[in-house]
Design a protein around this ligand. Structure first.
Ligand code: IPD
Ligand code: CA
Length: 264
């Protein structure tokens, strides 16, 4: 079996177990553990417990790999593979009881830096929605036995999604960006979970997605899903503090880049 498939199977198995833990903890009630970058940026006890579970499972299965997780940070490895993990993506949805949250696990090769890494495998599990999306480089993106494919035609305009960061100071600029993009859109969704936005682009449920300021664990698995479903993902302003991620079918991606990349 290829390395990418092997890593994808492991990511899927661990994402399933981690998703069940997150769902169980949600049913028991959510306790806020802390706020992070701003008052709106929260972490729950479950985020920490789920990341600890994922980290322990990965250490047991592949002790030489590195790790980069939202809650517990980075640890180098010796194999050249790093696991990039968001234990709960969509934490605010999780805290409010909105089912659009997910566990996101990716394996990447090379430096653990999205500017240069090559994603090999990814799993995005949304346990409260009963859906898991998986991908292995060169082997496609899949959900429930179905191969995923991005959309290729948008005669009525593109159904787009975006998200806003937790810092209120950035909202005005992000809303101005939305204003520039709306002429190409049939409508806009804002689900609150970046990895799920990307999984939906891969599944053809959205035509495109853009967001500034995502962190590596928000998109590592989801970007591979889009690429393996025939889509294109790019990042612009990568050296700024809030790079913009753009994803979609080839045509919608190109339209978004033309609007959003000032260098064009
Ligand atoms: C957040 C979600 C949200 C996006 C934020 C992310 P978190 O991740 O993906 O949709 O708009 O930029 O930080 O904090 O819930 O893991
Ligand atoms: Ca998170």
């Amino acid at each position: 079996m290829s390395l990418a498939l092997e890593l994808s199977e492991l990511a899927t198995e661990i994402a399933r177990e981690a998703g069940e833990l997150a769902r169980t903890r949600r049913q028991e009630g959510v306790r806020l553990a802390a706020t992070k970058s701003s008052l709106a940026d929260i972490v729950t006890d479950a985020d920490r417990e789920v990341e600890a579970l994922i980290r322990a499972r990965l250490r047991a299965a592949r002790s030489e790999d590195g790790f980069l997780g939202e809650e517990t940070g980075a640890e180098g490895g010796s194999s050249g593979i790093t696991w990039v993990v968001d234990p709960i993506d969509g934490t605010v949805n999780y805290a409010y009881g909105i089912p659009a949250y997910n566990v996101s696990i990716a394996a990447v090769r090379g430096e653990p830096d999205p500017r240069s890494w090559e994603a090999l495998a990814g799993a995005v599990n949304a346990p409260a929605l009963g859906e898991i999306f998986t991908a292995a480089r060169g082997h496609g993106a899949w959900s429930d036995g179905n191969r995923l494919a991005v959309t290729d035609e948008t005669p009525a305009g593109a159904l787009l999604a975006t998200g806003f960061g937790y810092d209120p100071a950035t909202h005005e600029g992000d809303l101005a960006t939305v204003g520039r993009v709306m002429p190409m859109a049939r409508d806009l969704r804002r689900m609150g979970a970046a990895a799920l936005d990307l999984a939906y682009v891969a599944a053809g449920r959205l035509d495109g997605y853009f967001e500034r300021g995502l962190r590596p664990w928000d998109f590592a698995a989801g970007a591979l899903l889009v690429e393996e479903a025939g889509g294109v993902v790019s990042r612009i302003d990568v050296d700024s503090s809030r790079p913009m991620l753009i994803a979609g079918g080839p045509d919608v991606h190109a339209q978004l880049v033309a609007i959003l990349d000032e260098k064009h």
